[in-house]
Design a protein around this ligand. Sequence first.
Ligand SMILES: Nc1ncnc2c1ncn2[C@@H]1O[C@H](COP(=O)(O)OP(=O)(O)OP(=O)(O)O)[C@@H](O)[C@H]1O
Ligand SMILES: [Mg+2]
Length: 381
Amino acid sequence: MISVSGLVKRFEGRDVRRTAVTGLDFEIPAGKLFTVLGPSGCGKTTTLRMLAGLERPTAGRITIGGATVYDGAGGTFVPANRRPIGMVFQSYAIWPHMTVIENVAFPLSVGADRVPRARAHARAAEMLALVGLDDVAQRSATALSGGQQQRVALARALIREPKVLLLDEPLSNLDAQLRERMRAEIRAVQQQLGITAVYVTHDQSEALAISDLIMLMDKGAIVETGVPQEIYRRPRSEFTANFIGVANAFDGTVSGVEDGALVVATPHGLVRVPPAAGIAPGDSVRVFVRPENFTLSRRRHTPDDWEATVRYGIYQGDCWDYTVEVGGAEIRVRVHKEKAGLTHGDVVHLQLDGAEAVIMRVRDGNVVPSMPPPALEHSLS
Ligand SMILES: Nc1ncnc2c1ncn2[C@@H]1O[C@H](COP(=O)(O)OP(=O)(O)OP(=O)(O)O)[C@@H](O)[C@H]1O
Ligand SMILES: [Mg+2]
């Protein structure tokens, strides 16, 4: 659906020259919600604006639905208003002097392909029903809550039936509860219409919740791309393991292979992890373990248990998050069954589900990213 190759953006200032996007290659399949995730300043908005035609790339090529909308070599640049896209921004950008329905109908009321007012309003009413706002159509647009205003912006972005919907941090002005509800609504509308969507966020939990595919960026480059479960469970780089969710990291050495598992000796004890390409006994490695992949007990169950001391626990409603100490290191552990009365200073035993651990090679003190498993490339098709 969208194909991007060699995409570069350099901002040329009077005394600065900043490469915001360093050469991206990616494909966005039709009908999927594709999230661009990464820390502030990594180039997400710049990338989205280049897809929209609001920013002229320095080099590369972009096609949307088979049509070339930018080609640095050929000099092609299709302006934003002639690309098949709708956009929703962080600021709602609704027009205060218009009613809700006039706001939504507006894109059909301007330009060469404008339609009669009655038809534009009928269509706008359909869009408002889609986003659950039919009952406030005649209200002044400013008399709406933040969440409602963002839904108006969504309806307006969709009214011209774009092939692609681009969203740049559309929920970051909303409070936490509304944000969760709205992201479910955006996802529902996207799936109902079967539209291709590109969703920019710096919030990893939002990305995991809403996406078919996540492209993680850092410093203007792609770190890795994958379906949410793979990115979370099988990160291929240290950056990903740390950016998505919480990861405990342990350095160690592979001491041998037992029953097909790699045995890693860490300062806290042994970990048995699944074999990984290119990692053999004797190698220095870092093992990443999610908080939910520990079991915490008062008693020792196996010789491999790690002995730990409780620092504090936080009640989350559906689980407990404990911070425990092992040999001077802090470990985050999530348990779903209450360990009644565990308090600061209690001694506990940790068992580690090594099957869910991720192992990466360490060379000269640096973690070496692992290669993508071949199956992943096709897991969406
Ligand atoms: N118009 C501009 N002129 C010069 N530099 C710019 C311009 N727009 C963006 N940049 C720089 O490009 C880099 C990427 O910016 P971008 O806005 O794409 O980041 P982002 O990932 O969207 O960040 P955030 O999460 O904070 O929105 C930053 O270093 C930024 O300062
Ligand atoms: Mg941005």
